[in-house]
Every structure is written in C-alpha cells, then in structure tokens.
Ligand binder design. Sequence first.
Ligand code: CP
Ligand code: NVA
Length: 320
Amino acid sequence: MSILESGINLKKHKGKHFLTLLDYSSDEIKELLEFSLLLKKYQKEGVPHQFLAGKTLAMIFEKSSTRTRVSFEVGMTQLGGAALFLSSKDSQLGRGEPISDTAQVLSRYVDGIMIRTHGHEIIEELASFSTVPVINALTDDFHPCQAMADIMTIFEVKGTFQGVKAVYIGDGNNVAHSLLIACAKVGIDVAIATPKGYEPKQWIVNEIETICKETGAKFTLTNDPIEAVRNADVIYTDVWTSMGYEEETAKRLEDFSQFQVNKDLMTYAKGDYMFLHCLPAHRGEEVSAEVIDGKNSFIFDQAENRLHVQKAILVALMGN
Ligand code: CP
Ligand code: NVA
C-alpha cells in the first residue's frame, strides 16, 4: 500500500510543532501517513523501531482523556522513550503558573511537549515559548492527531483518497475542523451538515475552500443531513457537547435532535459506507447503537490508528 511515490523523508520536520494540519502541506501529510503505515507494520511484525531511545515527552492534560493519554504513552514506550503525564490539577499550571514559564522550564527537561487544553491561543503561546516541539492533543478548535488517524483509517479501508466522499454530521467543533482540513488536504471530497448556529468557524471554512482549490477536493457546507449523506462513502460524527461546553448540554440535545446518525439516515449513504467516530460516543444521542456497533463501523481501527500516526509524528518532530 503506497500513498506517496517518492519515499519518506522526515528530516525536514525535525524541531517543528504540530499545532494544526494547516501548517503541513498535502505531501507532508501523506508522507506522515506513509510512515504511520510502516510503523504499524513494524509493530504488528515485531520489527524493532526504537527511534526515540532516551527521549522524553511531557504530556499536559487540562481536559480528560483515555485514548490520547494511553496512545501517546504507549507510543513513546514502543519507540524506546518515555512519557510523563502532567495533569493541570496536580501541576503548578493549575495554580496559575504562566504557560510561558511552563514552556521554558519543560524545554530544559524534555524533548517534546504534548498538550490537551482549552483555547487554541494557549497552545500557540506554549509553542512560542518552547524550544522543543509542541504537539496538539486537542484544543477547542483543533484535533489534528485525531484527523491523521481518521484519514489513515479511510485509506486502509477504501485503498485510496481519490473519489472518496466523506461526510461529518453534527457539531462544527474541533474534530470537525481538523477532519475537514485533513480531507481537503489529501483530496477527499468532504461535506459537513450542522444545525444552524453550529457551523465550523468561518475563517476555517475559508482556509478549507482555499485548500480545495489547490487539491481539487470538493467541500460542501449544509444544514441538511440527508443532502450531505447522499452517496457518501464515509460517515463521521462526534459528541453534541464537547468538553468545556457542558453548561449548554440541554440546549444542544434539543438543537441536534434531527442530526442523529442512525439506520434511517444511513439509507442515503452508499451500501458499503464506513462509519467513524473519534470516541468517546453517546449511543442514542449523536449515533444509534445499531450504527456504531454495526458491521460498517470502524471505530476501533480508528482508535488504534491514533497510536500509529502519533508515533510517526513523534519520530518526525523529535527524532535524530
Ligand atoms: N478521541 C480522543 O481524543 O479520545 P480521548 O478523549 O479519550 O483522548
Ligand atoms: N469534540 C470532543 C472530542 C473529544 C475527543 C471534545 O472536544 O470534547
């Protein structure tokens, strides 16, 4: 399986940050995916790949996580390095130590910093003061590691990006932003259907439209889920209430009630559609149990691929 003709050259990424996929070209994203597929093969076949021996990743969490924490920590172990979990609750960050000081202190100890935080400006500030690579493990606006796993899973199942139509149904949130950018970058036609008032941010829509002009991908923004899903190959959804928005839960339950991904909606998709969800999921809300637990669901392959794409990103940014 090959995404790129030209082979893998990771050297150019050394020392870079990974804040959003907007900072990476189509070819660079494809190259990182190619390397992710190779690392997955190495891991399955027991081929040693300790490319980060002796290196340490600090992992700052200001929001909850299962997949991100475990996949980064296991990934660092498999690469021969170590990962350090720092909860904002138990570190000085939670007691008001400035992010700029935190960045400069951690840079003296570790070889990379991964952070899950609230406003995207927080990670931008961290990155501007850090002398080691900073990786975005979710902000209110983006979830680029997730999107890399998403498009890797699409490639594994569909065998190509060309002619694939992906649709995101629900909240125009961090996961949606990164998925749309990733699809546009690699040439997947992508649509999003949200309730009115929950569209992706306008400046990100503008970026996606610019990327599509370069890659030839088609982008559709609508408030009609049926229209969006017609003839789709990939159906994606995420929670209606993201972390940090909990006080809006009751209103969101009402506003999103017509946007559940269920068997009725899936009758408009292609027969061999694949269902994806970044997880955690709420069965009976954004997706019915029969769809998420059905034969078209690839959610656990998608979750597994977090490990492989993140290992590729870690090696590219932190490797020698
Ligand atoms: N998809 C994802 O990022 O999962 P966690 O919140 O469990 O890390
Ligand atoms: N949109 C969700 C994704 C969780 C992985 C959130 O931000 O809570």
